[in-house]
Design a protein. Structure first.
Length: 202
């Protein structure tokens, strides 16, 4: 297992133990098996986007915090390609996180969606999102609004507090650069919309 997935597991375990949760308690809250959660925490299984979404939502943390490394104090920040986390969504779409979260006010993500596939379930979080299509076409669905399909070179902006998701309407792969900006002073929890009661901490 790649080292980057190992330290994601370490951070998940750190959050779990901080709230005195057992493996079985957290597994029940995020609706996964105890064995899968144990494998993820020990760096022996690659977590899916949906699993990461649920974990981050439960602990009210930004997804990028799971794979950030300590900042050396430099005025510039570099995340080498081999350390960038790429997460699969149902083996048909991927998100590649391009920067660590520490000291960075934005979350740039390279989104790749295979033909006719959804990037993820509807997501809700604080702040806004900006997208730029690099290849193919990407449809942005925001609850309460008509879907908007963007072609190569098109850009889109929307408030992320409304349930939203990305889809690929074409028979070819679509790629886009998506940048999330959380509201100032408000924790950014990029997560699917599901029962808020499941975030209850012990």
């Amino acid at each position: 297992m790649l080292k980057k997935y190992g330290y994601i597991g370490e951070r998940i375990k750190k959050e779990r133990t901080k709230y005195n949760l057992s493996l079985s308690e957290l597994a029940k809250e995020i609706e996964v098996s105890v064995s899968l959660l144990s494998l993820v925490e020990n760096g022996k299984a690659t977590p899916s986007m949906r699993v990461l979404d649920k974990i981050c939502s439960f602990f009210s943390i930004h997804m990028a915090t799971l794979f950030e490394e300590e900042n050396s104090g430099s005025k510039t920040m570099t995340l080498r390609s081999e350390k960038q986390l790429e997460v699969k969504v149902d083996d048909k779409a991927t998100r590649r996180f391009l920067l660590p979260r520490t000291g960075v006010p934005i979350e740039p993500v390279l989104v790749t969606i295979e033909s006719g596939e959804k990037d993820t379930a509807f997501s809700v979080h604080k702040g806004v999102e900006f997208g730029y299509v690099l290849e193919g076409r990407i449809t942005v669905e925001v609850e309460g609004s008509e879907p908007v399909t963007c072609s190569k070179g098109d850009s889109v902006f929307y408030r992320a507090s409304q349930p939203h998701r990305l889809t690929n309407p074409d028979p070819t792969t679509a790629v886009g650069l998506w940048i999330g900006v959380p509201e100032m002073g408000v924790p950014h929890a990029h997560s699917p919309a599901f029962d808020e009661s499941k975030k209850t901490r012990r």
